[in-house]
Design a protein around this ligand. Sequence first.
Ligand SMILES: Cc1cc2nc3c(=O)[nH]c(=O)nc-3n(C[C@H](O)[C@H](O)[C@H](O)COP(=O)(O)OP(=O)(O)OC[C@H]3O[C@@H](n4cnc5c(N)ncnc54)[C@H](O)[C@@H]3O)c2cc1C
Length: 553
Amino acid sequence: MRAALEAARSGANVAMLSKVYPVRSHSNAAQGGINAALTDRGDDWHEHAYDTVKGSDFLGDQDAIEVMCREAGQELINLEHMGVIFNRDEEGRLGTRALRRTAARPHVLRRRHHGAGDPARDVRADPQVQRSRLRRVVRHGTLITDHGRCGGVVAMEMRTGEVHAIRAKATILATGGLGRVFEPSTNALICTGDGMSLAYRAGAPLMDMEMVQYHPTTLKGSGVLLSEGARGEGAYLINSRGERFMERYAPNMMELASRDVVSRAEITEINEGNDIDGCVLLDCRHLGRAKIMERLMYIHEVAMDLVGVDIIKDPVPIRPGVHYQMGGIKTDVDGRCWDPSGKWKGVEGLFAAGETACVSVHGGNRLGANSLLDTVIFGRRSAEAAMAYASGNNHLEFSEDTWVGGEKAMMQGFLDNSGGDLVARVRLDMATAMDEGLGVYRLEEGMQEALDKVRGMKDRFKNVVVQDKGKAFNTNLIFALELGCMLDCAEAIAVGAIDRKESRGAHSRLDYAARDDENWMKHILLYQGPGNEVTKEYVPIVITQWQPEERKY
Ligand SMILES: Cc1cc2nc3c(=O)[nH]c(=O)nc-3n(C[C@H](O)[C@H](O)[C@H](O)COP(=O)(O)OP(=O)(O)OC[C@H]3O[C@@H](n4cnc5c(N)ncnc54)[C@H](O)[C@@H]3O)c2cc1C
């Protein structure tokens, strides 16, 4: 939406496609807030950048992190001017009281973390964005490409089942994450990695796909997120013996250590038998009713509704759950999915921003409240670059009939299948295999087993049965298309994870337990080869001012 808005305001002719009404996108679920150093108030964006670099376990590209953190304050003010409401202090200024601590940020916490309105409901949809030119809900089918250049998309209109070719001089993918490749996940059902798969199939590389973030506080059973806000306000993590176990893992930052560190600590406690039914506990009792009802109302409500726990009186069972994909479609700091200097190969005319992209600002582990920032900064920047590209290039020539026909034939193939697995069966098998093989702790054998299973599922997928043969809102067919995307992502995650023979950020291997800066200060790029096999390439991490150091919290 940020990209569409920027382009539309500057006079470009923009079409925005979405598979849900845009304000139902997963961004709407963000609870924690957005980071920004307000430099006019004396915040130093370098501190935010350093925290981000350290949080990334030195895998983030520092040139990109500098861009994001330097531009954050201004972007927040831009959002304000567009009508996004943030919390204010008594003097009516942004963020002195309204601020929260989130994990792994020892400095500048106070002003950097801006929650809007109810702390649980942060960045509200921009009313100007809502007025943008969305008329129909459509789903991307395929990127139209020729000789490594993108000329638009083929998309299905969900309401009618019609397939259209949409010509574009520049195409920006902002399709969000892939959390649903795992189960349970904090992500909405629509987070199925579609954009990553579309770009990958079109010849663009996926980068750092092994870096999947587990959030330490997801509710028992459903995996619904309990935001970092609770720990930011001072909640404890305790095990079955009532110990604040983070003392043993991150004695300084305790519960506020970064997400990968806390998730590993929880799984270690669980594996050592200090769990209650596979969970540890989030304890808010000492915060008191008043603070809980003022600052943690949403968490109170969710815990009550979903597991029947009143967090004022009792601790609530939680465990790590899949939350965010640090990896994604490789882009430069202007969202380009190709390298004009030719160091890596991609797809010209294609741009990506947000969770689907990997700039990379999050490296091996994303900090809380840095993702919304990533979406607005690189959303805007990719629109600027896309407009420049569009004004210097003509439309790609292609035959609409061929592309639309190809897409229809592919969909018809699913409708004609009989005797294969149901979509839901394969989907659950995939998620189970990924949970087992690519969880918080990883081992070569387990990852290989998951990869073999996923590859088997790719075969089963070809025969998957779509029972609904209708045209209008055929969600059964849509789930099948999404499953195809998820399987691409699952395979890429496993291939990247097996390849990276070290532990860094969220990628934690029992067989290579240490970070290996000598061999692994590099990103893994995955391409889909001509026979659908995965091919690999490496690009070095960009270091500007922060040399790798031991990461302690
Ligand atoms: C529960 C939860 C809480 C979070 N809290 C925070 C927080 O407090 N702070 C923070 O910084 N980050 C937070 N995150 C992470 C952050 O919200 C996401 O990373 C971010 O919102 C992703 O934004 P996006 O614009 O990239 O994608 P999304 O908001 O997921 O939007 C993707 C869009 O792409 C469309 N789309 C996808 N596939 C297709 C297709 N095939 N065809 C057509 N359209 C398609 C969808 O319809 C949707 O409109 C949270 C995440 C979760 C799950």
